[in-house]
Design a protein around this ligand. Structure first.
Ligand SMILES: Cc1ncc(COP(=O)(O)O)c(C=O)c1O
Length: 344
């Protein structure tokens, strides 16, 4: 099976598994697991923030950051298809207490000009707007990159309005590699950032939240409240250290393969792909012209040995990652061509 379902399908490297077995551990709830502490220090330094916190998932990372800001009675500005709104079970409202104000923007790319039209003056009738949430790369935006200049303008705009900027940087290293910049360009000027050690970086578990020390202390307490504090977590953190030290630069290979895959798919009649939108490791394909029911098409691909993720009603997504080779890209395109030619 060629598994292009997601970069979440990556397995730990040999080096990670060895590091996990050998890790020196303690009790991280008490703050004395040396490997977790080493990962947190390394992560904070990498993203140019004062402190960092290891959490089990990206979803929890976003949630504890929002809980640390405090949402009850307040409004958060975020893209209408942001992961935090779309895929995290409504926790931003039901747990963190925010009222979401959903912003429409093509490919997930917010701009100060768009946001300006959503910002309301302080008034007793409105919840107070306190947070701007950014997502880079943007998942439902097709893996789009908010470029460094736009990112700087967004943060400056938010700060000028007194907003906390939280960056969902689940794939922020993809954004940095694709832009050819150090990741700190995207992370050191925000108030909090979450990024994943799993996904393209291949660790089996875990994300990082980073920010100012006092903010991370509050996030740590939020993590405890929702049951995310772990004991001998150093075994997991050890894989995260390898992810950060060894797995970032190779993301460029995933990006090149996604581009190649998109070029091959663009030649298949009945499949539509916008080549200019393929900036990182994701390829979104629209198969509406085929007129095939969406489940049927994806099942047909699976029967031929290609796993993709369905984006109803007429799109699917493919994500390249460490286990996808050049040969897999060619085979995937061949399977897609056969499935498209099979008609309705
Ligand atoms: C943009 C974005 N944010 C957050 C997450 C959540 O990460 P996790 O699956 O580790 O909870 C994901 C997962 O795919 C994501 O794509």
């Amino acid at each position: 099976m060629i598994n292009l379902f997601s970069d979440t399908q990556t397995l730990a490297t040999e080096e990670m598994l060895e590091a996990m077995v050998r890790a020196e551990v303690g009790d991280d709830v008490a703050g004395n697991d040396p490997t977790v502490n080493r990962l947190q220090d390394l992560a904070a330094a990498k993203v140019g923030q004062e402190a960092a916190l290891f959490v089990p998932s990206g979803t929890m990372g976003n949630l504890v950051a929002l809980m640390a800001v405090g949402g009850h009675g307040n409004e958060i500005l975020l893209h209408e298809e942001s992961h935090v709104y779309y895929y995290e079970g409504g926790a931003l409202c039901s747990i963190a207490g925010f009222t979401p104000r959903l912003v429409a923007a093509p490919r997930g790319l917010l701009t100060p000009e768009i946001l300006e039209t959503y910002l309301r003056p302080a008034n007793v009738h409105h919840p107070r707007t306190t947070v701007l949430e950014l997502e880079n790369t943007h998942n439902r935006g097709g893996g789009s990159v908010t470029p460094p200049d736009l990112h700087r303008r967004l943060v400056a705009w938010a700060h000028a309005h007194g907003l906390h900027v939280h960056l969902d940087g689940a794939r922020i290293f993809n954004a940095a590699v694709a832009s050819g910049v150090d990741v700190r360009v995207f992370t050191e000027n925000v108030d909090s950032v979450q990024f994943c050690l799993s996904k393209g970086l291949s660790a089996p578990v875990g994300s990082i939240v980073a920010g100012r020390k006092e903010f991370i202390d509050r996030a740590r307490q939020a993590r405890k409240r929702i049951g995310g504090a772990m004991r001998q977590a150093g075994h997991l953190a050890a894989a995260g250290i390898v992810a950060l030290e060894k797995m970032v630069d190779r993301l460029a290979e995933d990006h090149a393969r996604a581009k190649r895959l998109a070029e091959l798919v663009a030649k298949i009649p009945g499949l539509k792909v916008d080549l200019s939108s393929v900036e990182t490791n994701m390829v979104y394909v629209d198969f509406a012209p085929l007129g095939v029911a969406c489940d049927t098409f994806v099942d047909r691909l699976a029967a031929k040995g290609l796993k993709v993720s369905l984006i109803p009603p007429t799109r699917f997504r493919m994500v390249t990652h460490r286990h996808i080779s050049d040969a897999d890209v060619v085979s995937a395109a061949r399977i897609l061509g056969e499935a498209a030619r099979a008609g309705q």
